[in-house]
Design a protein around this ligand. Structure first.
Ligand code: MN
Ligand code: MN
Length: 317
């Protein structure tokens, strides 16, 4: 182990090409030592719960790959301190999953995330399809109690499923509500749209979610939406970012694309606006690189993780 890795900071970005060496997120140290860590970036390469295109199992790899572009400093250095000055961030690697066995995988992901959360380390999860979120919510709620959800998505993911087949990526927040992992009345969903969502929007609203459709968001804008989020999400807050919240023009590499979504600039502004919330966990899901072009989607996802780290660092003075 080198002295540089010992300090738990990203490798010097000026030493060696940024596309070389181990593929960790933003060249953060590959480690599973939770004793001197603030944030663990964890990959969950799982996509057997999708209803349309598969491929999000390669999401963690694509996001890490695209993160080679990131420098440790922010592009507005006078305004924002770099996150790695305040947060010790490790790349924990990927959690093992069992392709074809959804329930065994969900159980295993929860069991693997539990010690990270129990150690007081902030879990930053790279999915995986959106079923990744259910075990992460289970692990986070076991420590923090019932969570507020801040959820960016084209879809409410509130389908009931059936008693025989309760788990797919569109039932996550129905199960989470039933299990008492999240409080819908303290939860916000942003970017909802499309024909798939239409039939389930009334049920999500009836359950208590503050649901902002993509059309409502376009009308009201970033600031008013952030005001809603800060008023409603009382915390501890779980942030779940489905990349299909963003328009396919800016994020084509995903399994269930829906037109007329958020721009990349808007989602960056929304993630920046999360600073100040009592944050408990974050995930970014549904990045499917096989449908991507020129790494548009993976690069956006890597930058959103970075922006989230900035928001998290802001709360740790
Ligand atoms: Mn989703
Ligand atoms: Mn979605």
């Amino acid at each position: 182990m080198t002295g540089e890795q010992d300090r738990l900071v990203p490798q010097d970005w000026q030493r060696g090409p940024r596309y070389g060496g181990a593929y960790t997120f933003a060249r953060c140290p590959a480690s599973r030592d939770l004793s001197r860590t603030d944030v663990a970036i964890v990959g969950v390469p799982m996509d057997m719960a999708v209803m349309y295109r598969s491929g999000a199992r390669f999401g963690p790899r694509a996001i890490r790959d695209a993160s080679g572009q990131l420098r440790p400093h922010h592009w507005e250095p006078d305004k924002i301190e770099p996150p790695f000055d305040k947060l010790r961030v490790i790349d924990y690697g990927d959690i093992e999953v069992f392709p074809g066995y959804i329930e065994q995988s969900l159980d295993h992901v929860r069991a693997e995330l539990a010690p990270i959360v129990a150690a007081g380390v902030f879990p930053l999860v790279l999915g995986g399809d959106h079923s990744t979120t259910l075990p992460a919510l289970r692990a986070a709620a076991a420590r923090h109690g019932r969570l507020s959800l801040v959820h960016f998505d084209a879809h409410p993911d509130f389908w009931p499923g059936t008693p025989e087949r309760p788990y797919h990526h569109g039932t996550v927040f129905r199960r989470a509500s039933e299990e008492g992992l999240i409080d819908p009345a303290a939860s916000v969903q942003v970017g909802i749209r499309g024909s798939i969502s239409a039939a389930i929007i009334p049920e999500a609203r009836a359950a208590g979610f503050h649901l902002i459709t993509a059309e409502e968001f376009a009308r009201r804008g970033v600031s008013a939406t952030l005001e809603d989020i800060h008023r409603i999400a009382r915390g501890p807050v779980y942030v779940s970012l489905d990349i299909d919240s963003v328009d396919p023009a800016f994020a084509p590499g995903t399994g269930t694309p829906e037109v007329a979504g958020l721009t990349s600039r808007e989602i960056v502004a929304l993630v920046r606006g999360l600073r100040g919330l009592p944050l408990a966990a974050f995930d970014i899901v549904e990045v499917a690189p096989a449908y991507d072009s020129s790494e548009i989607t993976a690069l956006l996802a890597a930058n959103l993780v970075y922006e989230f780290l900035l928001a998290l660092a802001d709360g740790r003075r």
